[in-house]
Design a protein. Structure first.
Lengths: 343, 343, 343, 343
């Protein structure tokens, strides 16, 4: 094996995002060689494997046990993430895991501990860190170009809520806003979230509120450096997939993101218009590829991943505080001893 | 007096914004005739009067009592606003009053009652309603172009905090964010704020936190139509005077405002850049003139003002809830019976 | 008369732009006092005079002869401009004249000579110079921020061609593009146009080509400092009134102008959109007021106007070269001895 | 060989753009398999071959003769393009050739004839057609969203002129503006350029004008559907690599391109700014990959390429007319019988 050999990867979870990642790994990244895909739903595994011309299996464990595989991409249901990270780490595989890495702090701690014990690279799928506009904004903050961060904003507006009945409770915090929490943490580097306040509701699909579905949320976060962050999400943006960030500091503002990213416009009797992007896999096509490329580089070079288990835990910590805030109806303090404690 | 005679106006308060309004009334609005200016600081009154070639007086009451004056513009310190509104209304004068119209709900109710009893036009200086971009956004919402409002945002970033020691406590809520509260109320027309949550701090001038100065705040507001509003303020925007609004609804988004409003850009080795506006009187020059023109029209035509005492009270109600939220450290419910009760 | 007395102005020509200017002078500019309006079409003069509450007359000469009038605004048909400038100058009146100041070089020279002989201020209605975005761009060039100008562009896209049969031949050069020629001259200050090439056609209303109507034109201009300018016009912009400029230099680009000048946008299922402006009097409302304010200041302060007879002649010189280029089908050289020669 | 087997490609020309294409083919496109690279400069061939882990050779003909190679990418010096297209076509290879495909019409006709005789796919490297913003603009025109095209603009501003002495005469037309000519032809589909007028100069490096170097040019093109196109180029854009297009039609405008394509901005005391792109391989990274992907698809599917030999000839025809226009100092008519004549 040389420094330029592709990383031999097995992927677990042949759903929507798993299919996207598998396609990137199998077709578009010379640094990767997709060896096998697994999914307990055998038809899904077969379809994806045959489409990409790679081995397919119903059993995830067989991927983890496969000595011909160096790294595992975990893209299955979130509830299974942490267990698979632990198993893969114990098998000595490098791990790329979609967000959220875990659903509880205890699971997050177990995953982190397993990865650290095994000394394997662990990367979490916070793809916005790899979007060029967000990365440029982050670097501008890191270089001090906006001074000390004081007010931050991150928002996600998903283009639809196809089946409200199928969305698990708290999804808006653990699946959607967890991206924004990570973005805020990343922009406000070195600071720790210490207090969370939430207003959330079922405005898009009010009939499902009784089942616990929240589809609209505003989260306010106080950081220990004084900065205040706002994260907003809605599951129903009529105009496209909209992810934006803003950091206001003592010397200026930096912004990132637009649902109309093409440098084109149409001017007609109706005014000026521009096309918007409707899917995350369109808006973040390059970012999805870049995060996997970075993972392969980390695996092959043996370097640290830039977004790992502790980042996943910090974002999860905020998501869990949001759930508590909704349940108790008040502001939730995040205590220091919640931090990085292995259960 | 015919329908085209200018409105004879006396102005009380020759400070920064009073000077700006007096100049507009005296020089730029054919619908207005500035008759006199008053300020207890006699030198200020004289300077302004002489500059504009109009009568000047130290005594505000003399303006109110002046039979040659039809309308009074109240631009003095906020603490004196309500009392002057009441006095002017009782004297039968039309009233334009800068925000906030009052500092307590009881005073707001007295002002509203006095104006209604006297049947005089009462307009409050929420200038953003007269900015063309904000008005366009408002109309887009009112016409249903973004569907039902679900998430709203309004922000104010003032370019500086020249003398932190001179800023009264709670200024960020009663003087600054009161604009944003009115903007959110106006965008979300027909809905009532029912709950307020606040994170605020002294990040710009932390040394003055002990004196009660808050210079950075994020306010989250729940409305009775389910919509959630976020209002943000900072007293120290290095890049200019920045006022923006955004309404997300079931059918789309509308945005308004930019600190770089000129249609110009410069592209050099440093990238693309555009000039930003540094003062409210630059960014809102047209809006300031338009609100006074609208006031004159209302006075002369005998029509209702479009932003009156009840609007001032509704925005103040949120500001007072914010103060309570900071003092109690929690979320504050705005009860229905707080609404529009004359003390 | 003191330095702050308004300038007593008489206006000649109560058509569309005359009505706009008269309204600005009569209602919105404290530096001006509109004394009288004149138009040979008596009904037009009466309508405008009565509307603004000023004296009205059918006879333009009576305005020029009026000892109570200090300055004359000439806003009638272009063919009468030069003669009226000469007459007003001889009568010692300051003169504001709409573009084009003259239709021939000889007439332009006569107007310049008369103004210089009388020592009166003469200002020409090149309103773009007073638009804040264009002025910012001009200043950026003048300050050397884009280095040496090398490529310039100015365009005008008028929103409509209501009656093609009523448009005199060469209008696109003498009435429309004359604005762009002045803009290019102004941006490329100190340089002289030396060569002109034209492609023009009747694309909007081809049936009228036989009558000499050109409704679409691209003019390329070589300047004696090497810079190359492009001026474009069309009489039929479906999307609004569109005026833009761009200067590319050795150190960068500066741009000005947008038909969508409001800082607002609407994002719906159709994409992102913004409203466009449909009339010159909307897009340039502030610029039209600013040019008249500047004229009043020049009159009262006795200073030079910033855009005078020589500027009008230089732009006309290019327009006439364009006509020659269309007639001869080739490139036209502008000889140095054409310049500033009084007939 | 199945429909999903990668296309086995040999590349001729290991210079700057050849290295870029080879890297894309060898590393980023699953549809392609780079088999060999050739360059008469043996060191270049070796460096590139070793870097990508593929066979390398000094002799281009050996690539053409290689039975294991299906398609040839020709990225060497322009003067050799046509000859290699003919040779590759005769050998039955599919051909991707960088622009310009030929330097004379006779050579272009020979290349077209050879490709047609061999029945091989021939694609020319007009990469702008594959940039998403330009493609969106093109489609908007094709769908009639701006009505009938009347005024078109395309510009290229290259970020630098490292060694003026090394630039062959007429490069600005044959190498740079040939892109813009193709863009204009593509936007104005179905129309034919019939007349060309040029203003060009050596403004960036005037010392080299004597050697025939032109570094700044404005070309005006009349099409047989009446539309007028403007193409502009400069070899020295301080602010980045700037490629833009605009089509004005009877129903509106469409625009494409920006040197600041990231959705990010920085607002500081200096104003609002955004980063610009400095290299074609950054601005058009996706477009370069997309054109090669499209080529592979055409080869494997046996379909027509979307930009072929006749497009290359039409753009070259305009470039040659520009040279004639500069040499004769006048407007050049492009006769119909110049069109598509095989030498």
């Amino acid at each position: 094996m040389t420094a330029t050999d592709p990383v031999r990867i097995g992927l677990i979870g042949a759903g929507r995002i798993g299919t996207h990642h598998a396609t990137t790994l199998g077709r578009n990244l010379h640094q990767a060689q997709l060896v096998a895909v697994a999914d307990p739903v055998e038809a899904s595994a077969r379809r994806l494997g045959e489409d990409l011309g790679v081995d397919w299996r119903p059993d995830p464990q067989s991927v983890i046990d496969d000595s011909g595989i160096e790294a595992v991409a975990i893209t299955c249901a979130s509830t299974a993430h942490a267990e698979l990270v632990v198993a893969a780490a114990r098998a000595g595989k490098a791990v790329f895991v979609e967000k959220p890495m875990a659903m509880t702090l205890a699971d997050a701690d177990r995953a982190i501990a397993a990865a650290e014990a095994a000394g394997i690279p662990l990367q979490v799928g916070f793809n916005r860190r790899f979007a060029r506009d967000f990365a440029w904004a982050h670097d501008a903050v890191a270089e001090g170009r906006i001074g000390t961060p004081q007010l931050l904003r991150s928002l996600t507006r998903d283009p639809g809520l196809p089946d409200p009945g199928a969305v698990p409770p708290w999804t808006i915090f653990t699946q959607t806003l967890v991206h924004d929490f990570d973005t805020l943490n990343w922009f406000n580097a070195g600071a720790r979230a210490v207090e969370v306040s939430v207003m959330a509701d079922a405005l898009v699909a009010p009939d499902f509120k009784a089942t616990g579905l929240l589809d609209t949320a505003v989260v306010t976060i106080r950081y220990d450096n004084g900065a205040i962050g706002v994260a907003e999400a809605s599951f129903s943006a009529a105009y496209g997939y909209d992810v934006r960030g803003e950091v206001f500091g003592s010397a200026g503002i930096v912004q990132a993101g637009s649902p109309a990213p093409l440098a084109t416009s149409l001017w007609t009797v109706d005014g000026v218009s521009a096309p918007t992007v409707r899917r995350d896999t369109d808006l973040f096509a390059d970012a999805y590829a870049a995060e996997l490329a970075a993972f392969c580089t980390a695996v092959r070079a043996g370097t640290r991943t830039t977004v790992g288990g502790h980042d996943a835990r910090a974002a999860l910590r905020i998501a869990l505080a949001c759930i508590e805030a909704v349940e108790t109806g008040g502001t939730v303090t995040i205590r220091d001893d919640d931090r990085d404690v292995v259960a």
